[in-house]
Design a protein around this ligand. Structure first.
Ligand SMILES: *Cc1c(COP(=O)(O)O)cnc(C)c1O
Length: 431
């Protein structure tokens, strides 16, 4: 299987471990469901970028701004920051998180298609490194806000290169019909407008074509359009000095998925940007955290249906929505190492939420399991806990970070009392 073993997770003495810590120990102490992140996994994911792009070199002229939306727990952000990452944020909440985790504002890029006046003002007041603007009305608003505050906003315009990333429809963002960015044919006019407006300093081009790309070909097509644009803009007197090439590199989820070729990706970036004399930023999210996190859950019942056998877990779609939302596939491993001779039989792996969509896997060949057994959903570090909700009044599950044999809860389990505390009864319903 190409997705197991993964750095950080392995069987030792018959038990699945994270950085050497048996997951049984964490489940016993914290309860289930629980997300567990491996520091070794986070470091390995960073190294893949650092090696491919030779980040350590003084002449690298490149930044990795971790896209927080993939996983934004403070301890995970700080682990990333200590390795050298900046941040890419898509809301003022994420900007505050990045700063609370220790990433200074001048290493934060603010992306997103619907930034509000308040968000733009907060970003400018904080001294943000760059705002990636996605539309003409946003340019106008940013100009007004910057002028009011008496500052100059460092602006990159997000250009939609009209390239189909060939990935799931819900995570493709670079096609003409997608809601993101300014279409390529109108880029010149948009930059001219940005140059003419007060309070703006247009200095960069931003692109982000989609997520979970396992091939570098769509990147090559999109990045290949940049050189010409840079030259055209410079000829028009717009000083392009930064290129933000977005994120989007994928990770293997299924055994048959290939691992993206980081060296080939780096080559595509180098070829597209060499000679342009620009500082290059990448904004990877998923590829920096997906494989470093798992969702640990316990079997509540093994239920024999009329035609199907169900594994009913204590984890549900509100904890990990990717299978319901994107038909995503997660490898499911028993925490107790199965006997290699044990027979496999097809199981429906489901959660307790009252929706048929609360199904993690259909007809998944698994070894025999009993109530009380623990299972791990692999590659759940990205777009897992961050997308969790409280549907069915299920509190958010806790998160644990493991490092070099030790572990700590880095986000506590929400309680039902926490949920109720946010609500109040209107006067006419109080006795
Ligand atoms: C989501 C997003 C990213 C990160 O994408 P991944 O596929 O997780 O690497 C980067 N940049 C922008 C603008 C995004 O919206």
């Amino acid at each position: 299987m190409s997705c197991f073993p993964v750095p950080g997770f392995a069987y030792h003495d018959g038990v699945l471990t994270a950085d050497g810590v048996p997951l049984t120990e964490i489940a016993a102490a914290v309860g289930t469901p629980v997300y567990v992140y491996s520091t070794a996994g986070l470091e390995a994911a960073w190294r893949a970028y650092a090696d491919a792009f030779a980040l350590g070199r003084p002449d690298a002229r490149m930044d990795i701004c971790y896209a927080l939306k993939a996983k934004s727990t403070l301890a995970v952000i700080r682990t990333r920051a200590r390795l050298g990452a900046g941040a890419d944020v898509v809301s003022v909440g994420e900007m505050r998180r990045a700063m609370a985790a220790g990433i200074p504002a001048d290493r934060i890029v603010f992306s997103g298609v619907g930034k509000t006046r308040d968000e733009l003002a907060a970003a400018l007041k904080a001294g943000i490194h760059q705002i990636n603007v996605e539309s003409l009305p946003e340019l106008d608003l940013l100009s007004a806000v910057a002028t009011e505050l008496g500052v100059t906003a460092p602006v990159a315009l997000r250009i939609n290169p009209d390239v189909d990333a060939g990935t799931h429809g819900k995570i493709s963002t670079g096609r003409k019909e997608d809601k993101f960015g300014i279409d390529f044919d109108h880029a010149g006019e948009a930059f001219a407008r940005a140059k003419a407006l007060p309070g703006l300093r247009p200095l960069g081009i931003a692109l982000h074509i989609g997520s979970q790309l396992l091939s570098v070909t769509p990147f090559q097509r999109a990045f290949g359009k940049i050189g010409d644009l840079v030259h055209r803009l410079r000829a028009a007197g717009i000083g392009i000095e930064r290129l933000d090439l977005g994120g989007g590199l994928g990770v293997p989820y299924r055994p048959e998925d290939r691992t993206p070729d980081y060296a080939a990706y780096a080559k595509v970036v180098r070829e597209a940007t060499s000679g342009l004399d620009c500082h290059v930023t990448l904004e990877p999210g998923r590829s920096l955290v997906a494989a470093a996190g798992i969702l640990l859950s316990r079997v509540v019942y093994v239920k024999e249906g009329l035609h199907r056998r169900f594994l009913v877990l204590d984890g549900a779609m509100n904890d990990l929505i990717r299978p319901s939302l994107y038909d995503a596939w997660h490898t499911i491993l028993p925490v107790k190492e199965p006997d290699p001779e044990a027979p496999l039989s097809p199981m429906y792996v489901v959660g307790p939420v009252c929706e048929t969509g609360d199904t993690f896997a259909r007809e998944r060949p698994l070894t025999p399991m009993r109530a009380g057994d623990l299972v791990a959903f692999l590659t759940a570090g990205a777009y897992g806990a961050v997308m969790a909700g409280t549907y069915n009044s299920r509190p958010l599950v806790p998160e644990v970070l493991v490092a070099r044999g030790g572990w700590e809860v880095v986000r506590r389990r929400q309680t039902v009392a926490d949920l109720l505390e946010m609500e109040s009864m209107p006067a006419w319903l109080t006795p």
